[in-house]
Design a protein around this ligand. Structure first.
Ligand code: GN1
Ligand code: MG
Length: 371
């Protein structure tokens, strides 16, 4: 879409939502790889200002935006009740969907783009990397608590917003297809990474087989538990609100746990170019494990707990496979800033997987200190 059309679509969205005041400005916001995000500042009648997060949902990724919003609306309403019962602050501890002037959770612009909006949770900050281990521990408790609060919510009533999202064997098959097609002639520049994935094909099925056999439960999961999908309170430093709710759907607890480890228990960014800086951080892994077990408050089954290291390894492998597949397919999924960006991302993930394998016994020893 051209910049002008983009601008016109955003203006329509700004007009559509019920912000309860005069719009002062709207600026690009955030670090997500998928949706387009803007921060909107509004002046109310009494001259106070308020902020909102306005997003255009990426329809290439989320084919059914209505279903995305149904999941979000239903789960956040449920969470609000649980938070209220526990004496928490429901206006800060979960997102609230802002409606349009005609009462809808979604707005469709004239070019067909879908938009939704949330009030901004003020006096919070977001982290791109672990700076202080305490924050990572807080994030673990919060994502654990998310699972705990939703443990009695019937996961089968939720839509699968991205079919087979954390179905790792399916991701592996997509990778093989992309490799076979090699539409952009990129396979020769990713030989080592391709061999790494093929060498790990058997690992891909480990958790999925247990799910199919009914040994691991299907739960309500977030499915995108990166550290930057959580808001911390500026005053207390506590993780208070989980954001980026589009991928809430039925899934494995191990995906939520594993994805958080992959992104946070590392010494470098997801797209660090210098692999000598990328290491799996065992002490952050241990801290997150402790926090997650505390947050889930006994809700995990013994087998789920025992599979946590596998969750870490498989989700890291899976994310690397997704980056590599997108690289082979010409970067149609993840937003990139330069041509090899997805390959660079894949490399860091495989480096972390290799590190985990080397420290496998230590990972289990750390886990068994808490369960
Ligand atoms: C995407 O939207 P964002 O940047 O939080 C992706 C995740 C990946 C992540 C990798 C819907 O998350 O699955 O793990 O990038 N989200 C979707 O950084 O595919
Ligand atoms: Mg995000």
């Amino acid at each position: 879409m051209s910049e002008n059309m983009n601008y016109a679509a955003r203006q329509q969205a700004l007009e559509a939502f019920d912000f309860g005041g005069r719009i002062l400005d709207s600026v690009r916001f955030g670090n997500g790889h998928i949706n387009e995000t803007f921060c909107v500042t509004v002046e109310h009648g009494d001259h106070t200002t308020g902020r909102f997060v306005l997003q255009r949902i990426n329809e290439n990724v989320f084919k059914k935006p209505k279903e995305v919003m149904e999941n979000i609306e239903s789960v956040t309403s449920y969470l609000r009740e649980r938070i209220r019962e526990a004496g928490g602050d429901e206006s800060r501890e979960t997102l609230r969907v802002l409606r349009t002037k005609s009462g809808n959770t979604l707005f469709k612009d004239s070019s067909g783009g879908y938009w939704r909006c949330y009030p901004y949770v003020e006096d919070t900050f977001c982290l791109q990397q672990v700076e202080n281990p305490e924050h990572f521990y807080q994030a673990a408790r919060s994502f654990g608590n998310f699972l705990y609060l939703l443990k009695d919510y019937d996961a089968s009533t939720l839509h699968e917003t991205i079919p087979r999202f954390h179905d790792t064997p399916h991701r592996y098959r997509n990778f093989r297809r992309a490799l076979k097609a090699d539409l952009f002639g990129r396979a020769q520049s990713a030989k080592e990474e391709i061999d790494f994935v093929i060498g790990h094909r058997k690992d891909c099925a480990k958790l999925f087989d247990l799910l199919e056999a009914g040994e691991l439960p299907l739960r309500v999961t977030h499915n995108d538990t990166k550290l930057n999908n959580i808001l911390f309170d500026e005053k207390t430093g506590m993780a208070i609100c989980i954001v980026d709710l589009d991928t809430i759907m039925p899934g494995l607890s191990l995906s939520d746990y594993g994805d958080a480890i992959r992104f946070g228990a590392t010494t470098a960014a997801e797209d660090e170019l210098d692999l000598s800086k990328v290491h799996f951080d065992l002490s952050l892994y241990e801290l997150y494990t402790k926090g997650y077990l505390e947050g889930t408050n006994g809700a995990l089954t013994p087998l789920e707990r025992e599979c946590l290291p596998w969750g870490a390894k498989i989700l890291t492998l899976e994310c690397g496979i997704r980056f590599l597949t997108d690289y082979l397919q010409g970067d149609t999924y993840f937003r990139i800033r330069y041509p090899e960006h997805n390959l660079v991302r894949a490399r860091t993930q495989f480096k972390l997987v290799a590190d985990m394998e080397q420290r496998w016994e230590e990972m289990y020893a750390a886990l068994h200190r808490y369960c």
